[in-house]
Design a binder for this molecule. Structure first.
Ligand SMILES: *Cc1c(COP(=O)(O)O)cnc(C)c1O
Length: 394
């Protein structure tokens, strides 16, 4: 073992799926979102486990992600949520992927490729209602319908939209988005386009608006055992399938007043032991996304944190777990090495440490160890699968 690995409990993923299913409106189904390589857990194993648990529909961002799933035995619906390019359509259509149609300009190209291939493509219309990213805008739906009615190879099987503020529980904004979606669907129906399936809910909306479950809910976050935001905690009984672990590679006793790491920002306050783990920011440890303060309190916290750091007081310093105890990181996290101040308790090379590692940015080169029925099921690096899968760069 390479000194760092991630245990992924597939039973926990399956249990989370069952928990979501138990809260679904009758008639609605769960579309498992396994984009970004299954939020870092590994899309192939996660999708296979979910398929075994009865999941019939999956969603990813890119065509390359969808193709990988097909090649690895996922035979249900696979919807590509993100933008797709003409050069990917043939492969996507042949693999039976569902494509998101977010631009009228795509209709003629898609139709032409299908005609040449002699087959149909299933598309989901993405309506833009307030996310400001991609999607068909209301004013254009008549023209869209006109183009679609001339495109016999394009089957409109779905229509959907995506909420921008569901996790923040902004009910006004979310309701406005939903109403715009409904208006759009009604307009499409008027022009003869009737998608069989409607879907609007992500994890947050699934929890807050059961009346909007429609035909599918698109769930990612909950399946991997997280809540969309902290105030959703406890709304479902979720299991966390993810534990990142490392082994201590080196331990040394040092006196009080020893400087540790780059810039010597840490100095031991007493005689202690320093333990080195082979984990650093190259693995994603201590790397946080750039967060926008959510209100004034949050803003003041950020200011205070930076202010204190100027005087050598580090709030929010990373912590790890060793022998069931919380242990501080001493000083700056290095590229591939980190020092822990473990105190004077029992500590030896080879000892296991649990590391808080953000899932979606955990390095794909860290070995994922999959557990099923309480035993190791398989081990895999993610990069063999999705990250290095061919994408044409032109
Ligand atoms: C990521 C994503 C989801 C899943 O969102 P979660 O909050 O992780 O459940 C659903 N729909 C779209 C379009 C997405 O991009």
């Amino acid at each position: 073992m390479d000194g760092i690995w991630i245990d992924v409990d597939l039973d926990a993923v399956m249990a989370n799926f069952t928990e979501v299913m138990n809260h679904l409106r009758p008639g609605a189904r769960c579309m498992a979102v396994v984009k970004a390589d299954g939020y870092g857990l590994g899309a192939i194993e996660v999708a296979r486990a979910l398929q075994a648990a009865g999941c019939e529909a999956f969603a990813v961002t890119k065509v390359s992600e969808g193709l990988i799933l097909r090649q690895h035995g996922i035979n249900g619906i696979i919807l590509v949520l993100g933008p797709t390019g003409q050069q990917e359509w043939t492969e996507a259509i042949q693999a039976g992927l569902h494509i998101t149609l977010a631009e009228i300009a795509s209709v003629s190209g898609l139709e032409e490729i299908c005609r040449q291939l002699g087959c149909q493509v299933n598309v989901h219309l993405k309506l833009e209602t307030g996310m400001g990213r991609t999607g068909l805008v209301p004013g254009n739906l008549a023209r869209l319908a006109h183009c679609l009615n001339e495109a016999p190879h394009i089957q409109v099987v779905g229509a959907y939209t995506h909420f921008a503020r569901a996790a923040q529980r902004d009910r006004n904004y979310t309701r406005t988005q939903y109403e715009q979606f409904q208006t759009g669907v009604a307009e499409l129906t008027k022009y003869g386009i009737t998608p069989s399936w409607l879907h609007v809910c992500n994890s947050a909306a699934f929890l807050d608006y059961p009346e909007w479950h429609h035909d599918f809910v698109r769930i990612g976050t909950l399946l991997i055992g997280h809540y969309p935001a902290s105030d959703f905690a406890g709304k479902l009984k979720l299991k966390d399938p993810w534990v990142a672990k490392s082994r201590i590679s080196y331990v040394r006793r040092v006196p009080k007043g020893t400087y540790v790491g780059y810039q010597s920002i840490y100095r031991t306050k007493a005689d202690t032991q320093l333990a080195v783990i082979p984990v650093g920011y190259a693995d994603g440890f201590g790397v946080e996304p750039h967060l926008i303060p959510q209100g004034w309190v949050d803003f003041l916290k950020i200011i205070l944190k930076n202010f204190l750091a100027l005087f050598g007081v580090y709030l929010g310093q990373e912590r790890v777990i060793h022998n069931g105890r919380t242990v501080r990181v001493a000083g700056k996290i290095g590229m591939q090495l980190t020092v822990l101040d473990v105190g004077l308790s029992e500590c030896a090379p080879g000892g296991e440490v649990i590391i808080p590692l953000r899932r979606t940015i955990a390095n794909p080169r860290i070995l994922r160890v999959y557990w099923k029925d309480g035993r190791i099921f398989c081990k895999r690096f993610l990069e063999e699968g999705i990250s290095y899968f061919h994408t044409e760069i032109s």
